[in-house]
Design a protein around this ligand. Structure first.
Ligand code: ADP
Ligand code: MG
Length: 700
């Protein structure tokens, strides 16, 4: 038998050094992400059972999990819809029914009248009285002491083939190792910090969470609000914060060109615009300008709701770079969006004499070579494109600024890859990232701690809010009539089809059928159709037609989600909006409300709606505020989904919950700075502990 001696490091000690863990069990544990003793110690209970005392039956409430003891008053087999054994157990304070659907002859005799039983199970409301269905039970003599357990019983997250009892036995071993050698799990948090935030030390916290005393506050534990849990939450958030800050510091180790610029191009653009920048735009422009003045690479995220005017802000940053004779690259997630940027920027910048280039995956052969040559020689000053900008043979002459639009579509790796490409003579280009997915500030500062944050929190004046209605598809005729009326008045409309399955083919088919149906009942309208299966050229041609007013109604799938700008479109119908998330619906709806006319959005759902769907649609009806919607979205879906791909590598939290633990984020941020300055080795230890297996991303 393996002997457990005091050890140096539980961080590296394999689970296989524990008793009862052979290759097979180890393989199953690996499925839970448990490789080391440390992993086991950080594998925390989901909830607890109280097996420390026997409760009087008369005092039980439905929903409780508890131990009871009593005498069998009656045992009876019932032949109803399902054969079942009903056992009535009484203890003098009351009685309840134990219900068994499967039972052997042996069991049946153990459960006979007069037997004394001790049971553990969940109390439920039965047809006539309280019940326990298939409780754990044992026959006992009167006055048998309860188990030696004097603590609550943990219930762990588990997986097929790993029993709760196994996890309990293994954590028992891990905890006793920890007790023997607390230094095996180093305390990385400095004492000053623990004292300041009233947090227990690491070993105390872990022992408490795995085996809380019988009188522990269970409600607090369930909410993750106990100081022992908060201590670990704090530590986990701190580790993430430190690793992102380090990423940030790494950026700063290479210099960037300080871009002063004489302001001529920027002034010219501003003078030619038909509008004034909003206060929020001006503020963000100043923030970017002063970043670009620094000889350190800017890493700035600009958040702004759909239509807040991020493009012109990025154009000013581009001009500041061009004034200094350096190149600018602009990357968008789809060809359609890249193309729209190309159009906006050409319209604004070509009159100023700026040379533009266009690069997408579809560009082939000689044309492509020519573009690459212009880029490499520096003849092209502003290069707009898609992921194609990342291809190996795309070489810039002197890239000063990288602009990335709709950041949530790109992962952190792609973002960093483009920056690396621009690295010439030890210089790193500045980076400006724009996103229309607004997230609350504290959360953004945690999720994007490697970036500085600017927020355009004001829409250009004169925008009329989009009036949103929620109606059932039984009233489709009325909706069609609305489309007819809007188009008759010279405006344009979108009709968006969604589909629950991730099947693109089915979604395209649905859009095709809808377009056909609408063309038949609205013969006076010119109807266009775009979906994922429509060829790129064709898609662009149709979008152009719609934009130029040659089409009245555009039927589409969610491909039109981001960025498309057609100011004359003032009506949007979204079919089956209940299938989409809040943020996506808000993005879609943002396709209208871009012009001077009052816009409308019709959310045409298919009954019946789930409670959650009803709430989502109600939120959209009530507000146009992207930040508020994002906040609700977070509450309803959790940050992982909202923040998208970026999180898969980084903010995968094991214990902390960004919503629940928002209150800690500000302290965590300060503590991270302090640790990095005062205790860099401890900071490194924390990152290794919490992001160890994923720490590679920092080296991108
Ligand atoms: P988004 O932030 O969604 O990318 P855009 O940059 O596409 O928004 O801007 C939306 C529309 O608003 C564009 O037609 C743009 O020219 C216009 N716009 C931008 N800033 C202003 C402003 N300050 N006043 C009026 N219109 C503006
Ligand atoms: Mg945009």
């Amino acid at each position: 038998m393996k002997k457990l001696a005091p050890v140096e490091s539980l961080e590296r000690m394999s689970v296989t050094s524990l008793r009862r863990v052979g290759p097979k069990v180890a393989e199953r544990l690996a499925r839970l992400g448990l490789f080391t003793v440390q992993d086991l110690l950080f594998h925390l209970p989901l909830r607890y059972q109280d097996r420390t005392r026997i409760r009087p039956i008369g005092s039980l409430q439905p929903g409780e999990q508890t131990v009871i003891e009593g005498e069998v008053e009656l045992a009876d087999i019932r032949y109803g819809r399902r054969r079942s054994l009903l056992v009535s157990l009484g203890d003098g304070t009351g009685s309840l029914i134990l219900r068994f659907f499967h039972f052997s002859a042996v069991q049946k005799s153990a459960l006979a009248r007069g037997s004394r039983l001790r049971c553990f199970g969940e109390v439920r409301n039965g047809p006539n009285s309280l019940e326990m269905v298939h409780p754990e039970y044992q026959r006992v003599e009167p006055d048998t002491p309860l188990t030696a357990d004097d603590h609550l019983t943990p219930v762990y997250p588990t997986t097929e083939g790993v029993h709760q009892l196994t996890l309990r036995a293994l954590t028992d071993q891990a905890l006793s190792l920890l007790e023997q050698s607390p230094q095996g799990l180093p305390e990385w948090l400095p004492e000053a910090l623990l004292g300041r935030f009233h947090l227990p030390d690491l070993a105390t916290a872990i022992l408490y969470i795995h085996r809380p005393p019988a009188d522990a506050p269970q409600d607090q534990l369930l909410q993750g609000a106990h100081p022992a849990q908060q201590r670990l939450t704090f530590e986990e958030l701190l580790a993430h914060q430190i690793s992102l800050r380090e990423l940030r510091l790494q950026h700063n180790r290479t210099p960037a060109p300080a871009l002063q610029g004489d302001g001529t191009l920027r002034r010219e653009l501003l003078n030619g615009l038909p509008f004034q920048l909003t206060g929020a735009q001006q503020r963000v422009v100043v923030e970017i300008e002063s970043d670009l003045h620094q000889p350190l690479p800017m890493q700035r995220l600009v958040q702004g709701d759909v239509g807040s005017g991020k493009t012109v802000v990025s154009a000013l940053a581009a001009l500041q770079t061009l004034e200094c004779g350096l190149q600018v690259a602009l990357m968008a997630p789809t060809e359609l969006l890249a193309e729209q940027h190309l159009r906006n920027f050409s319209q604004w910048l070509e009159p100023l004499g700026v040379e533009m280039a266009w690069l997408t995956g579809r560009l082939k052969g000689k044309t492509r070579e020519e573009v690459l040559a212009r880029v490499a020689a520096g003849r092209a000053q502003l290069i707009v494109g898609t992921h194609a900008l990342l291809q190996d043979d795309v070489l810039f002459q002197t890239l000063g600024l990288v602009i990335i639009d709709e950041q949530h579509r790109f992962g952190v790796h792609q973002r960093l890859a483009l920056r690396e490409k621009g690295r010439v003579d030890g210089h790193t280009p500045h980076q400006l990232i724009m996103t229309a997915t607004p997230i609350p500030r504290t959360l953004a500062m945690t999720a994007y701690a490697d970036l500085d944050l600017s927020v355009i929190d004001e829409l250009p004046p004169g925008r009329k809010p989009i009036a949103t209605v929620v109606i059932s598809d039984e009233r489709r005729d009325e909706v069609v009539a609305r489309v007819r009326a809007a188009c008759a008045a010279g405006r344009q409309a979108y009709w968006v089809c969604t589909l629950v399955e991730e099947s693109e083919a089915l979604q395209c088919q649905a859009a095709e059928e809808t377009a056909q149906m609408l063309a038949e009942i609205l013969p006076e309208l010119r109807v266009g159709l775009v979906h994922g299966r429509v060829k790129q050229d064709e898609k662009e041609r149709i979008m152009h037609q719609f934009k130029s007013g040659a089409l009245d109604l555009l039927v589409a799938t969610t491909v039109i989600e981001v960025g498309v700008d057609v100011p004359n479109a003032s009506l949007m119908i979204i079919e089956n909006p209940e299938r989409l998330g809040l943020a996506q619906l808000h993005q879609l709806r943002g396709r209208v409300g871009r012009g001077a006319t009052a816009s409308h959005c019709v959310l045409m759902y298919h009954a019946p709606l789930s409670l959650n769907a009803r709430q989502r649609l109600a939120i959209l009806r009530e507000t146009n505020d992207g930040f508020l919607i994002a906040k609700k979205d977070l509450e309803m879906r959790g940050p992982g989904e909202v923040l998208g791909t970026r999180q898969t590598g980084e903010l995968q939290l094991r214990i902390a919950d960004l919503i629940r633990d928002q209150g800690l984020l500000e302290d965590v941020r300060k503590a991270a700075e302090w640790m990095l300055q005062r205790y860099p080795e401890r900071a490194a230890g924390l990152v290794r502990r919490w992001l160890g297996r994923r720490a590679e991303y920092g080296k991108v």
